[in-house]
Design a protein around this ligand. Structure first.
Ligand SMILES: Nc1ncnc2c1ncn2[C@@H]1O[C@H](COP(=O)(O)OP(=O)(O)OP(=O)(O)O)[C@@H](O)[C@H]1O
Length: 436
């Protein structure tokens, strides 16, 4: 390659770099007098303004500042059921009251109500036959029951003996543990829960909330009730204007509200969410800040295995036998409904700051109008070529212009060929004049 060729290439690269470095873009206003473009411009502005005012400021309350609530909840159940199940000796004739069926007596944000139970009474530490329904409990002779072995789902270690099962229908290994072991086979085909009638229990939910930012405190016991008796007589009812604020719920009403069958739920157990929603507009009277109740079954689903919800607990006591105390316990396999209570709350109050912020950021969206109109004018309309010629302008420096001017035979001002796109050029649109 010759030396002159190399120096030529170098010069052209340098001039290219210099022309890229030493140039300047400035927007200019192109005033388009077209009904079509003017209409598109105004229409887009109207849409954006409606969004800012209608949706952001009015519908989404963009003129308010907000606070979420802090809350405290307690629940109290009332109701008594009587069970006369003489064929089930563990239960027999019994009255169940709130201390029997609410386990534990108080929980944070939840309440468990026992609706069905399999009791195994008077268990004590001794030897007895293992539960025959447990895999590995059957035996032929003592050699099938290695001493000390504990089955995965067993009730205690084998003593080494093979004995008659509790129903005397088979041979099972003997264990040492809480005897006699639980036998739920008698309860398998029950059609009604043990605590039949629990649908008439009532649950009183006491909820205090606070919106700390606004110093507003509310509770879900409204001033409608003159005294405790009036309060205890009310029952929540979604369809009644006053009763829908009553904080005492019949369990049956809750279950009906979520379209479930109470008996079925009571037999298998389940989890129901109680949502207390406080949606308060503090621009109006604080008395209008009222709770709204809704319910949802959280364990809903058509499950074929491990349906419902149950757990075991025991109460313990000691009996004096031969001058020593022997410990006993009553074991309960409890099935029931867990009520999980969730409080949601949001309060809003007028404030100039969010109003200005929302309005300001909304107005910034108006810049979209120019972008969209530019796209339509420069790339969509029939006269796009014409508009583009007017929008982008390449101007040489005044010095170059002077040289060109001097070289030229004509002394008039000359625009240089347009050849470069500059998207930052400002455009203004007007809805009068003729379309191009
Ligand atoms: N689950 C409920 N069903 C119906 N009434 C209820 C229930 N829980 C409480 N009440 C009644 O609401 C009122 C206010 O209850 P609160 O617990 O504040 O008072 P209390 O005197 O301690 O209630 P009590 O001793 O009757 O349990 C009382 O009259 C009470 O009996």
């Amino acid at each position: 390659m010759s030396e002159s060729r190399i120096s030529l290439d170098l010069r052209s690269v340098c001039s290219c770099v210099a022309s890229t470095l030493f140039e300047y873009y400035t927007p200019r206003i192109v005033h388009i007098k077209s009904k079509k473009v003017g209409f598109i411009n105004r229409f887009l502005q109207l849409v954006i303004l409606s969004y800012i005012i209608g949706y952001v400021i009015v519908y989404k309350k963009g003129y308010q500042e907000f606070d979420t609530c802090q809350s405290a909840i307690t629940t109290k159940l009332k109701g008594v059921v009587f069970s006369n199940l003489s064929h089930l000796s563990d239960i027999g004739v019994r009255t169940w009251d709130v201390a029997d069926y609410v386990i534990p007596p108080q929980e944070i944000g939840a309440t468990f109500v026992m609706t069905n139970v399999i009791p195994t009474l008077n268990q004590t530490q001794s030897t007895c036959p293992e539960d025959p329904t447990i895999d590995g409990s059957f035996c032929i002779d003592d050699s099938s029951c290695p001493q000390g072995k504990i089955l995965d789902k067993g009730n205690g270690p084998f003593t080494g003996k093979c004995v008659n099962s509790a129903n005397e229908k088979s041979h099972v290994c003997e264990i040492y543990g809480w005897c006699l072991v639980e036998d739920d086979s008698r309860y398998k085909n029950m059609t009604d829960p043990v605590l039949f009638g629990s649908h008439n229990f009532t649950m009183f939910i006491k909820n205090n909330i606070e919106f700390p930012k606004f110093g507003v405190r509310r509770r879900n016991i409204l001033d409608l009730y003159a005294n405790d008796t009036e309060l205890s007589d009310c029952r929540w009812n979604r369809t009644n204007a006053l009763s829908k604020y009553c904080p005492i719920f019949l369990l049956d009403d809750i279950v009906k509200d979520i379209n479930e069958d109470y008996n079925h739920l009571a037999l298998q157990g389940g989890v129901i969410e109680v949502v207390i929603n406080w949606d308060c507009n503090l621009d109006f009277s604080v008395d209008d800040c009222l709770p709204e109740y809704s319910f949802k079954r959280l364990d809903r689903g058509d499950y074929s295995i491990s349906r419902g919800f149950n757990f075991r607990y025991a109460d313990y006591y000691a009996v004096k036998e031969n001058d020593t105390f022997k410990q006993y316990r009553n074991l309960y396999k409890a099935t029931g409904i867990i009520f999980v209570i969730n409080v949601q709350g949001k309060a809003g109050k007028f404030s100039i700051i969010p109003l200005l912020l929302n309005f300001g950021s909304g107005l910034a969206l108006l810049a979209l109008t120019t972008v969209i109109c530019d796209l339509i004018v420069l790339y969509v309309l029939k006269a796009k070529k014409y508009y583009r010629e007017h929008k982008y302008l390449l101007v040489e420096s005044q010095e170059s212009f002077q040289i060109l001017h001097d070289d030229s035979d004509q002394g008039s001002h000359r625009e240089v060929k347009r050849r470069h796109h500059n998207p930052s050029v400002g455009t203004s649109y007007e809805g009068h004049g003729t379309d191009t």
